[in-house]
Design a protein around this ligand. Structure first.
Ligand code: PEP
Ligand code: MN
Length: 338
């Protein structure tokens, strides 16, 4: 439920309205003070709040029911785009943010070398997996804490904030020490216990869409994190399972405009895991920017044929630099920069 308040309602009146709603009906309130209007989102069981009583309050202009099960992630609750500050980078503005780096951190030198190269090509954050959720238990599982340490060193040298995937709540302390943006991978999008833990911290989350999950399920997973008090969630479309086998997954381009209309959260795209092949990464990146994505996360490896994971879909640093140059005119065509 959303209350649109009368123009010019003073802050103390908004606060006393919120206090009354919480004490009388047990709902949580989230007031948003916009430039032209103030709205108050109500979360919890609103079924026993009489709408007529709300409409009688002299601060309330209008009462709107929110049908969707996601509330805090809903654009109706927060009409403006959410901006997320990560180091010097602001996600969610007209600047399209590109995260790049290896699928897995393999050594200190590897990640440091790639970090410098992707930075010079225009990437604003560094990715690198240290805890790898592999389909096979025999495949490389990641360097774990050591890998996160190399990511932190690369950040110290380049200044690039680092993004890495968490696979278990027990790793949280390590991630809080080493990582600027905590990635939740496709396989963990509905690991609700993990999501609840991530709601308790104050660190931006990159939440990837489950490969067999709907857009609304992605939004409900964001809701889990936000309901705990962590409102800094970046959504990421990374391809879904379909009958098509020519690509590793099928990039759901429609998810971008659909998400942008349903939520105020930033929307990123991972063309690497969608495509599965390096050759398709550039065209999918272009399509994602044209469709309104706020950012991209792209796998780049110094020696793709020898990569310990996802070499087939990884770009060389040179190919990544060429991709970035090709994206600039597309961003410019829709009034954005990159
Ligand atoms: C990754 O980013 O390396 C990764 C494993 O991604 P996803 O969870 O989308 O498969
Ligand atoms: Mn990967």
């Amino acid at each position: 439920m959303i209350l649109v308040l009368k123009q010019g309602t003073p802050k103390p009146a908004v606060e006393s309205l919120c206090d009354w709603l919480t004490s009388a009906y047990g709902v949580q309130t989230s007031p948003i003070f916009g430039s032209s209007m103030t709205i108050v989102g109500l979360v919890g069981d609103t079924s026993n709040i009489p709408i007529e009583t709300l409409e009688l309050q002299d601060t309330v202009e209008r009462v709107m029911k929110v049908q969707e099960p996601y509330k805090r992630a809903n654009r109706k609750f927060h009409p403006d785009n959410t901006l997320i500050q990560i180091g010097d980078v602001t996600v969610g503005t007209d600047q399209v943010c590109v995260i790049a780096g290896p699928c897995s951190v393999e050594s200190e030198e590897q990640v440091a070398g790639i970090a410098a190269l992707v930075k010079s090509a225009g990437a604003v954050m560094l990715r690198g997996g240290a805890f790898k959720p592999r389909s096979s238990p025999y495949a490389f599982q990641g360097l774990k804490a050591e890998g996160l340490m190399y990511m932190k060193k690369a950040r110290q040298v380049t200044g690039l904030p680092v993004v890495s995937e968490i696979t278990n709540p027990s790793q949280l302390e390590l991630f809080l020490e080493f990582v600027d943006v905590i990635q939740v991978g496709t396989r963990n999008m509905q690991n609700f216990e993990l999501l609840k833990e991530l709601g308790r911290i104050r660190r931006p989350i990159l939440l990837k869409r489950g490969f067999a999950n709907t857009i609304d399920e992605l939004l409900m997973s964001a809701e889990y994190i936000m309901n705990g008090g962590n409102s800094e969630v970046i959504l990421c479309e990374r391809g879904i399972r379909t009958f098509e086998t020519s690509t590793r997954n099928t990039l759901d381009i429609s998810a971008i405009p659909v998400l942008k209309s349903r939520t105020h959260l930033p929307v990123f795209v991972d063309p690497s895991h969608a495509a599965g092949y390096a050759v398709y990464v550039e065209p999918l990146s272009r399509a994602a920017i044209a469709a309104g994505a706020d950012g991209l996360i792209i796998e780049v490896h110094n020696d793709p044929p020898r990569a310990l994971s996802d070499g087939q879909q990884s770009l060389t640093p040179e190919a990544f630099a060429a991709l970035m140059n090709g994206l600039r005119p597309i961003a410019a065509a829709i009034g954005r920069t990159i």
